[in-house]
Structure formats: C-alpha cells, structure tokens
Design a protein around this ligand. Structure first.
Ligand code: 13P
Length: 255
C-alpha cells in the first residue's frame, strides 16, 4: 500500500446540527477507531461544532465544505480558515463543481483558497471534473488539466502531499450515473501524470486522488481496485451511516 485510501463524506446542504451529531454518532459507533482508511466527515458549517464534539478522541477527521481565502474582514456570510481550525477541522473541500456552477467560483479564486488552507494547516480536498457537454466535445482532459494546474499554482513540493484531489465528473454527481472504472482510471492516471510533471514522480505517487460521483457500496470495490483511485468523495451515500460505513469497509478491503 503506497497510499492510504481516503473516504470523505460531503454532506452538502443536509443535516442540522442535531441530526448531524446523530449520524456522526452512528458512524463512530462502528468505525470510529479505524485507522487503515483516512475517514473525513464534511458537514455544513452549522453542524461542524456538534459533529466535531462527537469525533473527539476518534480517528475520524472533520472537514468543511468551503472557506474564504482572506483571514478576516468585510466578507458577509463567509468563513475563514482560522474559524475552521478553531472548530478542529483538519480538511476543507475546495472548488466543488456545485460552487463553480452556482457561485461562479473560478480557478484563480479556488487557487487562493487552496494556498490559504495550506498556510493554515488545513488539508484541501480539491475538486476537478468536466461537465457532460465538455466530455461529449472531447475536452475532458483539457478541462481537468486547467482545474488541476489552476488550483495548484504556487503549491510547493513541501505542501503537495497534504493536498487531496477529487475527480468528480459533473455528469455523475447525484445522477446515479457513475463513471465506468475505465473512464475514471483514465482521468486519474492523467492527473497523476500531470502531478509527476509538476512535482516529480516520488511526490506524485504520494498524492491521493479520489473519485466522486454516484459512488455507492455496490460500485465502490470495482472503482477502488483501480491503480490510481485512492478513495472516494461521497455525496448521497454519506448521508446514511450504513452506506457510508460500507464504503469505508470497501476501501479498507482495497488497501
Ligand atoms: P453523489 O455521491 O451524491 O453523486 O455526490 C458526489 C459529490 O458531489 C461529492 O462531493
């Protein structure tokens, strides 16, 4: 095993503080002390504190779904890296396609967030991936390259292994339409090659590249068996303890 698998749950805009704590408790009861897989729960901002309390003393890590690149100031509705750190978050999802689409986030803005997260010892989970139209016009790899290079501009060799990349084809998110293992592996290998060009092979081999998009217990083992698929960023299936736990078990078996 050169790279420990990662299973991260992106709860998106689901779960109140109370409901999130209940879900986290159910997950902790069965896999709270699992260390063979890196497990991250990413509740909405309003449930970070309650979920964080449940995770205290457990191996499962806490992540946010977004943050602002500035330290503080007049940015109504935004949350800084320091605010996340003081709630014991260790990870932050950045550049999710839903934020690119609905909030107009650009590669340049996402890059500022990645650099700010790293400067504050938060591990970024950087999302990249093409839309259906982009895939159909044959521009998947060009789009993924633009997303990866854009997000990582200025990230140093010392920092790169703390970055997690999530390849999430937009057409597979929440649609039940999962990428085939071949489609996913092709893009994951392409990202690994890009990282090799940017940082050299030894470091590129250490970076975890997750797949996201309708990943479920029923299709996870096949995806996780691929050489460059190092885990999953899970939406829908992370909202129920049973399916999330089964995904962690699938990742453990694939280690
Ligand atoms: P689904 O697993 O619901 O397709 O969502 C994937 C995703 O967007 C995770 O960030």
């Amino acid at each position: 095993m050169i790279r420990k698998k990662v299973i991260a749950g992106n709860w998106k805009m689901n779960k109140t503080a109370g409901d999130g704590a209940i879900l986290a408790r159910d997950i902790v009861a069965e896999i709270g002390r699992v260390t063979s897989v890196d497990i991250v729960l990413c509740p909405p901002f309003t449930a970070l504190e309650s979920v964080g309390r449940v995770l205290e003393g457990q191996a499962i890590k806490l992540g946010a779904q977004n943050m602002h690149p500035e330290k503080n100031g007049a940015f109504t509705g935004e949350i800084s890296a320091e605010m996340l750190r003081t709630l014991y978050a260790t990870h932050v999802i950045l550049g999710h396609s839903e934020r690119r689409t609905y909030c107009g986030e650009t590669d340049a803005f996402i890059n500022r967030k990645v650099l700010a997260a790293l400067a504050n010892q938060l591990k970024p989970i950087v999302c990249v991936g093409e839309t259906l139209a982009e895939r159909e016009t044959g521009s998947t790899l060009a789009v993924v390259q633009r997303h990866v290079e854009g997000a990582l501009a200025g990230v140093t060799k010392q920092q790169i292994t703390t970055v997690i990349i999530a390849y999430e084809p937009v057409w597979a998110i929440g649609t039940g339409r999962v990428a085939t293992t071949a489609q996913a592996q092709e893009v994951h290998a392409f990202i690994r090659d890009l990282l090799t060009k940017l940082y050299g092979a030894p470091l590129a081999q250490k970076v975890r590249i997750l797949y996201g998009g309708s990943m479920k217990p029923g299709n996870a083992s096949e995806l996780l068996a691929e050489k460059d698929i190092d885990g999953g960023l899970i939406g829908g299936a992370s909202l129920e303890a049973r399916s999330f736990i089964d995904l962690v078990k699938a990742a453990d078996a694939a280690n």
